[in-house]
Design a protein around this ligand. Structure first.
Ligand code: ME8
Length: 529
């Protein structure tokens, strides 16, 4: 029975160049959440996509000597493109929106007109400071050291006839919204209120006359819809808002928009204000996650550091998408910044996956095969050490759920690892190889292996949103049917039996770290040459 709908989104990425591990980080996290919600019984809609208009893409296309449409088609759907990357990373999105899709463009025109008809948008002249790469206008007071507060680059004076959205009138309502728990982590709420709302919101410029690569304002030729209006409404047009392509508005309002912290402002101020202006229901939550940094700087498309960080298209096949997904979410809290290093990636794969988890699975399965031919007898005798292990395994789903609901992925994984460590210790404590020496201990040996197999099963099910392929491989080795691979089935320990345990391939081969570092250095050299 479905627990109801759950609509979750990633930002739609700019296909101004290839995506990097930072974009993958956000998409993987969103995928984990989507898979977790599906597992726990929700009717999930998971949307991702690409934000294909704007100055930068126009410029990049011109530099490449092709049309903007050809340019984005290549980056989105071409070889090594975004669609391919998400496939490789095992992203389970239900839908993929491209803002150059016709249904989206015409919906945006209707939305813009509706805002204008309601007098939420008016025509005026824009004079201000503009950051071209961020496509953001800033006031003098918002600049940091005279530069763009988002990216730190130069801003320039700009003046043009433009349409404005009456953002200034929404300050109070937005403050109330932000204080109501709309935005997480909570630490970002004060930043939004103090830096943007309290100094006074200004009306937002929502059209451009200087660019052509965008959605034209249909009732005023020469004006193009500001890329953020075009982009933010993707979350609704992808469900069928103001278009006939889809009919899924039952998913609105969104349950969770996951975005990087640099675009929290757009999602917690501008986006809800647009929706308020149209009297539409507001999303339930926006989560602003931290950045992957490399050598102290945000990994980004434009900064050169991007080149020293290896392409996820190379990393995923090299270590397996699951291992990369695990590393990204285990290493630091989702709300904070984290240092991405290749050393840490490889050493985590070795310690957590190859040593702890991989070993537990292979030892357990091998012993079930060796001592019982893969089929455990029904007579089992409980004994010393059982309760410690069973207690951890029994409590784990609830603890895990609490962390997952808070998007505390690293904590959820740490708890799973606690069970893995406890189970490994249980092997040392119970010494199945010693029990196996005397037939009188058969029932005890069966119980020990049963408890281990159950622990592996619980682990595999809870890991399934993070590492879908490895989890399925583990459950196949355990020989358990579909009904014991479910969220409900791990709410209680014991109950089923193990009659068909079979060894499979090594889940996470150990990596020779020294050799690996040399090879990765070589890959970086090639990429930066
Ligand atoms: O901002 N660490 O697109 P974008 C972690 N089109 N996450 C990172 C990251 C890093 N170093 N770098 C990027 C846009 N991201 C707009 C969004 S939404 C209506 C429009 C992730 O291609 C992070 O989630 O610049 C960030 O918000 C997103 O990529 C920005 O992608």
């Amino acid at each position: 029975m479905s627990k109801g709908t759950f609509y979750i989104t990633t930002p739609i990425y700019y296909p101004s160049s290839k995506l990097h591990i930072g974009n993958a980080y956000c998409t993987v996290a969103t995928d984990v959440m989507a898979r977790y919600k599906r597992m726990s019984g929700y009717d999930v809609m998971f949307l991702t996509g690409t934000d294909e208009h704007g100055v930068k893409i126009g410029e990049n296309a011109r530099a490449a000597g092709i049309t903007p449409q050809e340019f984005v088609d290549r980056i989105v759907e071409g070889q090594g493109g975004i669609v391919e990357l998400w496939k490789l990373m095992n992203i389970s999105n239900d839908r993929f929106i491209r803002t150059t899709d016709d249904y989206h463009k015409s919906a945006i025109q209707r939305i813009f007109k509706a805002l204008y008809d309601r007098d939420e948008i008016y025509k005026g002249t824009y004079k201000g400071l503009y950051c071209t790469p961020c496509e953001s206008f800033w006031t003098e007071t918002q600049l940091v050291d005279g530069k763009c507060p988002d990216c730190g680059r130069e801003v320039k004076h700009a003046e043009e006839e433009a349409y404005f959205f009456r953002l200034s009138k929404y300050g109070e309502k937005l403050t109330a919204l932000l204080q109501s728990g709309y935005l997480e982590p909570r630490s970002r709420v004060n930043e939004m209120i103090n830096n943007f709302i309290r100094p006074g919101l200004e009306d937002l410029c929502v059209s451009r006359t200087t660019i052509t690569w965008g959605v034209p304002v249909d009732f005023d030729p020469g004006h193009v819809v500001y890329v953020w209006v075009d982009a933010l409404f993707n979350y609704m047009t992808a469900l069928g808002f103001e278009n006939d392509r889809y009919d899924d508005m039952r998913f609105w309002p969104a349950d969770l928009h996951i975005v990087g912290k640099e675009i929290v402002r757009f999602h917690s101020i501008i986006w809800p204000a647009f929706l308020m202006a149209l009297d539409l229901p507001l999303p339930k939550k926006v989560f602003g996650h931290g950045w992957l940094v490399f050598g102290g700087e945000k990994i980004s498309k434009s900064r050169s550091q991007g080149k020293s960080v290896i392409d996820p298209l190379i990393l995923a096949p090299r270590y397996g998408a699951d291992a990369l997904r695990y590393y990204l979410l285990r290493s630091f809290p989702f709300g904070s910044d984290g240092d991405f290093t290749n050393e840490l990636l490889v050493s985590r794969i070795n310690s957590d996956l190859a040593n702890d988890l991989g070993n537990l699975v292979s030892r357990t399965v091998a012993m079930a095969e060796k001592y019982f031919g893969g089929s455990l007898p029904d007579t089992r005798e409980s004994g010393e050490f059982d309760s410690g292990l069973i207690e951890i395994a029994s409590k784990l789903p609830e603890i895990y759920e609490t962390y997952m609901e808070k998007l505390a992925f690293h904590n959820a994984l740490a708890e799973i690892n606690r069970l893995t460590a406890r189970a490994n210790k249980y092997i040392d404590e119970t010494m199945p190889w010693a029990l196996a020496r005397d037939e009188a201990n058969t029932a005890r040996l069966a119980a020990v292996l049963y408890n281990l197999l159950e622990s592996v099963r619980v682990t595999a099910v809870l890991l399934s949103p993070f590492m879908p392929e490895s989890s399925a491989a583990m459950l196949t080795q355990l020989g358990v049917e579909e009904n014991r691979r479910t969220w409900e089935s791990v709410q209680s320990f014991g109950g089923g039996d193990y009659k068909n345990v079979t060894r499979g391939e090594t889940l996470f081969p150990r990596i020779d770290i020294d050799r690996e570092m040399l090879e990765l250095a070589e890959i970086i050299n090639e990429a930066t040459r």
